[in-house]
Design a protein around this ligand. Sequence first.
Ligand SMILES: [Fe+2]
Length: 270
Amino acid sequence: MDTPSLVVLDRDHPGFRDPVYRARRDAIARLALAHRDGDPPPRVEYAEEEHSVWSVVWTNLAPIHDRYACSAWFDGDRRLRLSRTRVPQFIEVNAQLQPMTGFCLMPVAGLVTPGAFLRELGRGVFLSTQYMRHASAPLYTPEPDVVHELIGHAASLANADFALLNRRFGEVAMTLSDDAMQPLIRAYWYSLEFGVIRDAGALKVYGAGLLSSFGECGRFETSAELVPFDLDVMAETPFDPTDYQRRLFVAPSFEAMKHGVLAWLAKRAR
Ligand SMILES: [Fe+2]
């Protein structure tokens, strides 16, 4: 009898028909499930093919970052200095990140509620996946993978402003029940995952989802409806995590976004 898969992939997932990839995903999920709070994150021995995917992603994202990434992300990226040729280990990223801003990455098998994810931010823990997207589509992933976590989030978290914003989201989440969490989840989504700002007249990106997506960051200017930054509207706007975002909220500057988010969060803490 076949052992049932731990990780369930949709039929249109690039790795759906690849038994080697599915076994790999299960093995990495098992590492996360075996992890205990307080222990360092497990090492994943990445295969050469996975390192190649990482390298291809960086090669393709770098020009997009040059055009679109906000200066706060570049600040974090310069501080963290992630390898662009080998997939970094969480334990090594944490050794650098923790002294900088107090944040660390901890593994998650993939199944975590948005409320649980946000609450962990309150204690400086960023729950992250460690698996790599399928090698047949290095510039696409239907779900957050290690590329998204490291290039989008970890690089951001080395910047003090990003760390503060993530921490405040978490601290407010800790005061809310799951039933009261939805506005916070949406505000996080449309800011720290998919936020856009203006900087010297140009559109710049600070959302980790965009910063780690070759396809979406390359076309959001023409494919998404760009509307003014308004956290009350963001908090009421549903989103589809499986598709390109139809609507993005543009703040007048990074500072305006930061102060807006902090003020909005301060009003929501119970
Ligand atoms: Fe994310």
